[in-house]
Design a protein around this ligand. Structure first.
Ligand code: HCA
Ligand code: CU
Length: 394
């Protein structure tokens, strides 16, 4: 695939401090907290397999302590696919971590909120009690050889110096990565950049971000964190998760590839991965959803069709094939001769200019009385009925 990628040249002036990143995909845990989404063991295995194949660095495979079924699913993933890169979700309670150990996971995502709001209203513990519990549970997990991503749930609403103290404490106790969970998505990209830079300057060695999308900022916050030195980003396929979901795996991989030259993931498999999760979750991406929405590689207006047929880069910043997609020319009220000609060529039909003009006028005439574009099947029928042109089934 030719590297026909055309982005703003100003992007070259943005140089993140680290030129590597880890992706921590939580489709199988956060994603399953999407209302109505239930993955059975086979579903989880299929999704985990493709995620590993794409090159995802860590897979949050589920919450074993939540049920026997869930524990069985996580164990099966480890049994079938190996423990490497397989993590289990746990609260900061020994029983939860023991379940993750029993499943044979390589690591644990330990979620424990330090914000005063959670301490006061949810956990009803003091900051001192929080620290004691955090040290105890991290040391316990470490003593069992688990890799530890320590997640400060609701971190973006925690008071900074206290959050720093928490991260320093757990980092000293053995946590490998400190995660900022922007649980309510309530931070802006600039503020996230300031937070990450400050934590890095204050010697928090490896930082991950888990960004929710309640204000539509999950992806922007994730990239801003990376540009300020974050080492890992938590994502889910199609962005599925609680409420407005989180940063989407496919969008993060595409943006890391195009804007920062991160080539470590099999980007050509993104469409396949998204279609699999969409099918197994029943979650249909909306038509304008970046990377996989039905409309994202469609050119419909005459001006765009004319431009893209002359040179794709005119109206495409990256080729659809990059992510395993395909360009589509849709015919309708605003289509011109260039589009009709391209569609005819796509169908293997050659006509002279005279015939092309007549067919184009017919397309326009039909289109004005309808609310949707003309599908390929309808266009083939028009060619047959109106012009006696038989299209061979390709
Ligand atoms: C949740 C909230 C969570 C936890 C994950 C984390 C969050 O779903 O229970 O602590 O990183 O966004 O805080 O997903
Ligand atoms: Cu979350």
């Amino acid at each position: 695939m030719s590297e026909e990628i055309y982005i703003s040249p100003i992007c070259r002036e943005v140089k993140p401090p680290v030129n590597d990143i880890e992706l921590h995909d939580t489709t199988l845990r956060e994603g399953e907290q999407t209302p109505g989404v239930v993955f059975n063991v086979q579903d989880k295995l299929k999704i985990a397999e493709v995620l590993l194949d794409v090159g995802i660095d860590r897979i949050e495979s589920g919450f074993p302590a939540s049920s026997e079924t869930e524990k069985n699913a996580v164990s099966t993933i480890v049994k079938e696919l190996g423990s490497k890169r397989i993590f289990g979700f746990a609260r900061a309670v020994r029983k939860d971590v023991e379940q993750v150990i029993d499943c044979g996971c390589e690591g644990v995502l330990m979620s424990f909120p330090p914000s005063d709001i959670h301490l006061q209203y949810k956990l009803r513990i003091t900051r001192q009690e929080y620290l004691e519990r955090a040290i105890e549970i991290v040391e316990f997990a470490k003593s069992h050889g688990l890799k530890i991503v320590y997640s400060a749930e609701d971190a973006t609403r925690a008071e900074y110096n206290w959050l720093l103290q928490v991260f320093k404490t757990v980092q000293d106790a053995g946590a490998d990565v400190c995660r900022i969970a922007d649980t309510l998505g309530c931070i802006t990209p600039t503020a996230m950049g300031i937070l990450i830079s400050r934590l890095k300057k204050d010697d928090i060695r490896r930082i991950e971000v888990h960004c929710h999308n309640d204000y539509g900022l999950a992806l922007a916050n994730s990239l801003s964190a990376f540009e300020s030195g974050a080492d890992a980003i938590s994502t889910s396929v199609l962005g599925i998760g609680e409420r407005a979901g989180i940063a989407a795996t496919e969008e993060v991989i595409l943006d890391l590839y195009v804007f920062y030259g991160i080539r470590k993931y099999k980007i050509g498999k993104l469409t396949e991965l998204c279609r699999l999760v969409s099918e197994l979750s029943g979650f249909k991406p909306w038509p304008t959803k970046p990377v996989v929405g039905d409309n994202v590689f469609v050119h419909y207006s005459g001006i765009h069709q004319d431009g893209v047929l002359k040179r794709a880069m005119v109206y495409e910043s990256y080729p659809p094939e990059l992510v395993g997609g395909r360009r589509k020319i849709l015919l309708g009220k605003v289509s011109g001769r260039a589009a009709v000609k391209a569609k005819l060529l796509e169908l293997g039909v050659n006509v002279d200019d005279q015939k092309l003009l007549v067919i184009t006028n017919k397309v326009k005439e039909i289109s004005v009385n309808r609310k949707s574009a003309i599908t390929d099947e309808e266009f083939i029928e028009i060619l047959r009925k109106e012009f006696g042109i038989e299209v061979k089934k390709g």
